[in-house]
Design a protein around this ligand. Structure first.
Ligand code: GLA
Length: 686
């Protein structure tokens, strides 16, 4: 992908700002907010996310005056608005008058009014109301000089189990199976346990606690339908915005690798991808794994639209009140978190929230401006330092990240693995296994695109597809073409078990991938947490040596045309193949039959990086815990170096670079303090 233009030419710099809820405050506070935004180098405010009742306090009675004032105030102060449609918070009058708009839970009980995103995706009334509100907003603000982008709703998610939803699901199924119930029964293998449907109306929404859990094809289609219904809801909500203000980009903020929505299906319909990042300081403090995880999710969001810059729409400037333990970010951590997003392809750092609420659920949530603290808090100064650095990085805007490695992460595969009853019952670790395979690249400063299994693979040297359990039509052919054309593919245990309907392939596990890997999968042995199995490397052309440990999953495979490069030991199937490699066309397909330790995964992937001449972001060695990425914009190449540790590191530099953040030219070494960040450029013109 070539460098991109700014998301909106009105503001051709990195965006800094976030969720602003001025309706919670009197207008004197707004004036102070404008001053504070200047101090914090904030150029964007997200307005209206939960403002429906302030915009339409009674049905058909609109009160846009306060929003007019705040939009104008932003313009007077040289700032811009990301303007939200307020569907995430239907007003109480609406829920009272039209109770059918409310969500129905998996227990089939309709929820009372309250909380948020508490509506039924399939409610015709709600869809109509939402569309009317979008139309009103677009008519009033479509040409407003402050308007930078439309922010449709907020964090879409959560299925509804209403009758309207069931009926929509049945319509969706009829379309999918060409109105032929026999086809559906065949695809779902419903003769099992006598689950054959004899009428469409017998189909209920699956899932616990009340619904069907045994028909996996149905569960998978429910997941797919839920995504399609949410996308359809979004299309209805956003269409007036697109029609009335065609030049204004549209986005909706998504949530990491949240399982309730297949982001690959939403991405084609937004102009810019946006996500909300809250790396959880869950059971332990922020550590190497957490930084790696955020990096991978940023890369996923960068990849959702083929490498175009995305937006970090929300992060917390200090802590989130819903974290199990509300640890504060130590000095420097927030700065690193913000710049990490830019390093991975974001053109913004935005927060939830600008000003702390005095009451209700989020009164303890981190905010740029705390209660009665103005610009004097530590948090405010952290935010100000991010803003100051973003101003020095305007030349990065539109920058893309060339990548020779792709890692496949696919929501449908994740759903199918989750539904499977076996080979272990608890978390089968699909996302974590993808992260395990991402980590060695992150540590080596090698860029990775995260792709769905539907993606084209041309141009990559290495594709890693962990646990590719479900194969959609065409995937096996694309992977085969990739390898024949000279690519290297790495896959693991639990690959190619089922087709798109969650049926085991007729010729057994691996199905259409048997030829590519030159093996057959016979069985899978699940291990207890206390057990491990030795994996002993034999002579192999990749140059891997030693003994590694496997846990959780060990497949018993047989080779047909592949070479064995490692064997199991210390188990009753000792000497059977554990890692194989098959030459196909100009490339090779490597199969790792067991869940091996991180030493193995690092050794394998690092060796492949070297063998395949994959270029890391830096031409010099990175100390442990220092990550590196590259962005290439119309203004040049920028190398981001990020110290995720609390120790100071010195990096040896082979040539002179300009440190864009300090303006200094560095010729021999670079010192990176705790959580330190440097952005180096070779060819930067001021
Ligand atoms: C989400 C929401 C915000 C806010 C934050 C709190 O990301 O979009 O409205 O509730 O969580 O962390």
């Amino acid at each position: 992908m070539t460098p991109q233009k700014p998301i909106n030419p009105k503001l051709p710099v990195l965006w800094h700002g976030g969720d602003y809820n001025p309706e919670q405050w009197p207008s004197e506070v707004w004036t102070e907010d404008m001053r504070l935004m200047d101090v914090a180098h904030v150029n964007v405010a997200t307005l209206g996310v939960f403002s429906w009742v302030s915009l339409e306090p009674e049905e058909g009675i609109y009160t846009f005056d306060w929003l007019d004032d705040i939009m104008d105030l932003l313009v007077e102060n040289g700032k811009y608005a990301v303007l939200a449609t307020p569907s995430a918070a239907p007003p109480a009058w609406l829920s009272k008058k039209y109770p059918e708009i409310l969500k129905v839970g998996p227990d089939r009980v309709r929820r009372l009014h309250g909380n948020r995103v508490n509506f039924d995706w399939s409610s015709p009334v709600y869809r109509e109301k939402v569309r009317t509100m979008s139309t009103k907003l677009a008519e009033r603000y479509g040409d407003h000089p402050a308007l930078l982008m439309w922010h449709v709703s907020n964090e879409y998610g959560g299925a509804s189990y209403s009758e309207a939803s069931r009926q929509a699901f049945i319509r969706w199924l009829k379309a999918k199976f060409s109105n032929d119930l026999e086809k559906l029964n065949g695809a779902y293998w419903t003769r099992f346990w006598g689950h054959t449907y004899t009428d469409w109306d017998q189909i209920e929404i699956p899932g616990p606690p009340l619904g069907e859990t045994a028909v996996h094809g149905l569960s998978l289609d429910w997941n797919r339908f839920t995504t399609d219904e949410i996308v359809d809801f979004y299309l209805n909500e956003s269409e007036p915005l697109r029609q009335i203000s065609p030049g204004i980009p549209i986005t909706t903020n998504l949530m990491g690798f949240y399982g309730g929505l297949d982001a690959w299906k939403m991405a084609p319909h937004v102009d810019v991808v946006a996500w909300d990042s809250y790396p959880q300081f869950s059971q332990e403090p922020m550590n190497r794994r957490s930084w790696t995880k955020v990096a991978m999710i940023h890369d996923l969001y960068r990849s959702l639209k083929g490498g175009k810059p995305f937006l970090l729409m929300e992060c917390t400037p200090s802590s989130s009140n819903w974290y199990p333990v509300m640890s504060l970010k130590p000095p420097g951590m927030h700065h690193l978190e913000g710049l990490q997003a830019i390093a991975h392809g974001s053109d913004s750092v935005m927060y939830f929230q600008w000003r702390q609420s005095r009451g209700s659920q989020e009164k303890f949530h981190g905010a740029v401006v705390g209660i009665n603290s103005g610009e004097h808090s530590r948090v405010f100064r952290d935010v100000e330092s991010v803003g100051a650095d973003l101003q020095l990085l305007d030349a990065v805007v539109g920058g893309v990240t060339p990548s020779e490695v792709a890692l496949i992460y696919d929501w449908e595969v994740g759903w199918a693995i989750e539904h499977a009853c076996g080979p272990v019952q608890k978390d089968k670790g699909y996302f974590d296994t993808c992260l395990d395979h991402y980590a060695p690249f992150w540590e080596a400063g090698v860029a990775v695109d995260i792709l769905s299994s539907d993606a084209e693979l041309d141009g990559y040297k290495l594709v890693v597809a962990p646990m590719l359990y479900l194969l959609k039509p065409g995937v096996a052919e694309r992977l085969t073409r990739f390898v024949e054309g000279g690519g290297t593919l790495v896959s693991t245990y639990l690959t190619g078990y089922v087709d798109e309907n969650d049926l085991i392939f007729e010729d057994g596990f691996l199905g259409p991938l048997r030829g590519l890997f030159g093996i057959e999968t016979d069985e899978i042995d699940a291990k207890f947490p206390s057990e491990s199995v030795d994996v002993v490397m034999g002579y192999n052309e990749i140059g891997l040596d030693g003994i590694f440990q496997a846990n959780t999953f060990c497949e018993r495979i047989r080779t047909t045309t592949a070479e064995v490069i490692a064997q199991y030991a210390s188990v009753w199937y000792s000497t059977e193949p554990a890692v194989t490699m098959n030459y196909v066309g100009d490339g090779k397909a490597i199969y790792v039959a067991s869940r091996n330790d991180s030493l193995f995964t690092s050794a394998l992937l690092n060796t492949l990086v070297t063998k395949l001449d994959i270029e890391p972001a830096t031409p010099f060695q990175l100390p442990d815990g220092v990550a590196a990425t590259k962005r290439v914009s119309e203004n040049g190449e920028f190398m981001f170096l990020m110290n995720t540790t609390q120790e100071t590191h010195w990096l040896g530099l082979p040539r002179t670079y300009r440190d864009v953040l300090t303006g200094q030219d560095l010729s021999e070494s670079l010192e990176l303090g705790p959580y330190g960040v440097a952005v180096l450029s070779e060819n930067f013109e001021e």
